[in-house]
Design a protein around this ligand. Structure first.
Ligand SMILES: [Fe+2]
Length: 171
């Protein structure tokens, strides 16, 4: 049975003092400075950094086709495609507008923007770190919630955005 307005008010129990408030971000108010460059024609827009669980959420935007990068996941990732077309060299499928994907832990793949649309916009939720690898599987880099925060902090300082913009999305 659906809860009535009265029921909801009765359930409005205050949060414990240690708890974070909910996070609500209206990206339609963004300007380009919110998008952190991640290589030629590729940017991400940070939405949430969870430093207690090691997870993060961002939008990834690419305005060109071709290889974005190869990496291995010690933890799962989910993705929802908002626009464009993309996939992994290691898989047959192609993500299009409206495609949801789940990447299991242990998966290694090479992210590409496919020629079908030649661009993409996708919401990714990383549940843990990413290990960048070369074509032989050798590690070339590492990213987790903390290295991402540092990267965003550096970018936001360089474009004159207030540190509050980042601080408020760290949970
Ligand atoms: Fe991935």
């Amino acid at each position: 049975m659906a809860a009535t307005a009265l029921d909801m008010k009765a359930l409005n129990i205050p949060l414990p003092p240690e708890a974070k408030n909910e996070l609500v971000i209206h990206t339609e108010e963004d300007d380009d400075r919110m998008w952190v460059p991640r290589g030629e024609g590729v940017w991400f827009r940070p939405l949430m950094y969870n430093v207690t669980q090691g997870s993060w959420v961002n939008l990834t935007r690419a305005t060109r086709e071709g290889v974005i990068g190869r990496h291995r996941h010690p933890a799962p990732v989910t993705g929802y495609t908002l626009d464009g077309s993309w996939g992994y060299l290691e898989h047959e499928w192609e993500a299009r507008k409206g495609t949801f994907i789940y990447e299991p832990a242990g998966e290694t793949h090479t992210l590409i923007v496919t020629p079908t649309e030649g661009h993409m916009l996708t919401l990714f939720h990383n549940f843990g770190p990413l290990i960048m690898v070369d074509e032989n599987g050798n590690q070339t880099g590492y990213e987790d919630v903390f290295t991402r925060i540092e990267k965003v902090k550096t970018h936001y300082q360089s474009v004159g955005l207030s540190s509050d913009v980042l601080d408020r999305i760290i949970m």
